[in-house]
Ligand binder design. Structure first.
Ligand SMILES: Cc1ncc(COP(=O)(O)O)c(C=O)c1O
Ligand SMILES: [Zn+2]
Length: 417
């Protein structure tokens, strides 16, 4: 296991101590470009390993502990990671693969973040975990805090998806609802700064991203993809993006493999988002993504923030990637298509990458022969509401076979034989 030596700014490289709470870079904030920190190590992650020899036997993402900040033995783990990478030929999107993160312990990719962050919280002796989250990050924080035996407070706001909040409560988190979104950070930052609570989520604005140790967990998505493709990375990785934690983490993972010579190129990244903040920054050339107000809330509440981050923009620029803004109708359509054609029911936000691939293939940005991996970040059970009205209402059948066949025809257009 490489030993963390500093938390460094993703933008200017300034160094902070390793036990620095997950705040941003003071120098970049003063310049008006708030930027997140990332973990630097005393030695190169993976140094001395051989490519085809598995680095560990743990049945979790901590199999890659030679690239991470803790050993598999020390880690707070629920068996996250090692998710399937499945071909999706029925979608009509060409060579597209689904990295199905809905198979994680709390049914989202945030488990990698939760495991990475709670492992450090435990090492630092945190007495309380604090998260501001409308959904998946809070559910993961709650589950991993339960596993670590550390009390967890999650701030949500009025209007969060019911199943997700119930999930947090089931894991024993103390869920607190606030009327105004901004109030979550006011309260959480008081807890962090005055009471020493350990934050696993953003807790001040403008947001820079999440806990750096949590984000290390996302590197393992890149490792798993590279390994599954026999170290030939896909041409494109397409993600639903809010603050770009997973985007940055995956990119960093590929960078580390390239530095070791295990792969010879980094995939290009696409951010599928709902606000328009990243496309605006890419076309204006600004260093800070702007805040883009929406007229109505998106059905993809998990990625509903109005402003993206420097770390997300950075990865798009460095990988020669792009960003696509997707709408509710497209996401609804792709949720239903994924469930009906590939047997995987994603949360609305997780359908965004497929809408993005469709558009980028059509306009020729992604070439027909190029391979894409879409990150399917969470299960549809987390927030089933958005597609309910798109599905046929199940008919009530009380009679015999003729009535049953008539009902199947009426409701589903099914004709037997
Ligand atoms: C299901 C889902 N997909 C995507 C995202 C975007 O996450 P990130 O902050 O890593 O861009 C989130 C989270 O906030 C999420 O819950
Ligand atoms: Zn900086």
């Amino acid at each position: 296991m490489p030993v963390p030596s500093a938390l460094v700014c993703v933008r200017c490289g300034a160094r902070q101590p390793v036990d620095h709470y997950a705040e941003d870079c003071p120098a970049c904030r003063t310049k008006g470009v708030p930027a997140n920190l990332t973990v630097a190590y005393g030695q190169r992650p993976g140094e001395g390993l051989k490519r085809n020899v598995p680095s560990g036997s743990a049945r979790s993402m901590w199999r890659w502990h030679d690239f991470l900040h803790a050993t598999a033995e020390e880690a707070v783990t629920l068996g996250e990671g090692n998710t399937p990478l499945l071909p999706a030929p029925e979608l009509g999107l060409g060579d597209v693969w689904i990295k199905d993160e809905s198979r994680n312990p709390t049914w989202s990719f945030k488990d990698r973040l939760g495991s990475g962050a709670l492992t450090m919280a435990k090492r630092f002796g945190a007495k309380v975990i604090a998260s501001s989250s409308s959904g998946n990050a809070g559910a993961a924080a709650a589950a991993y805090a339960a596993k670590a035996g550390i009390p967890c407070i999650v701030f949500t706001f009025v209007g969060s998806a019911g199943p997700l909040v119930l999930q947090m409560r089931a894991y024993g988190a103390m869920v607190v609802t606030v009327a105004d979104k901004a109030d979550r950070w006011r309260l959480q930052s008081l807890g962090v700064r005055e009471l020493g609570w350990y934050p696993t989520s953003p807790f001040f604005g403008p947001v820079v991203g999440s806990n750096p140790y949590g984000m290390e967990g996302y590197k393992t998505i890149a490792f798993e993809i590279a390994e599954a493709f026999d170290w030939q990375p896909p041409d494109w990785c397409v993600l639903p993006v809010c603050y770009g934690d997973a985007l940055y983490g995956m990119w960093k993972g590929f960078e580390e493999l390239k530095a070791l010579g295990w792969i010879d190129r980094i995939p290009r990244f696409v951010a599928a988002e709902v606000s328009g903040s990243l496309p605006a920054a890419l076309s204006s050339g600004d260093s800070m993504p702007p805040e883009v107000a929406r007229n109505a809330p998106s059905i993809a509440t998990s990625i509903g923030a109005a402003q993206a981050t420097v770390q997300a923009l950075d990865v798009l620029r460095r990988s020669r990637g792009t960003a696509v803004t997707v709408g509710d109708d497209e996401m609804r359509r792709w949720v239903v298509a994924l469930a009906a054609k590939e047997g995987i029911w994603p949360e609305a936000s997780s359908a965004a990458p497929f809408a993005a691939i469709e558009r980028l293939r059509a306009e020729g940005t992604i070439n027909p022969h190029e391979r894409c991996v879409a990150l399917l970040t969470a299960s549809g059970l987390k927030d089933p509401g958005p597609i309910e009205s798109s599905l046929p209402e199940p008919p009530l059948v009380t009679g015999g076979l003729p009535d049953l066949l008539a009902a199947l025809k009426n409701a589903y257009g099914f004709a037997h034989g």
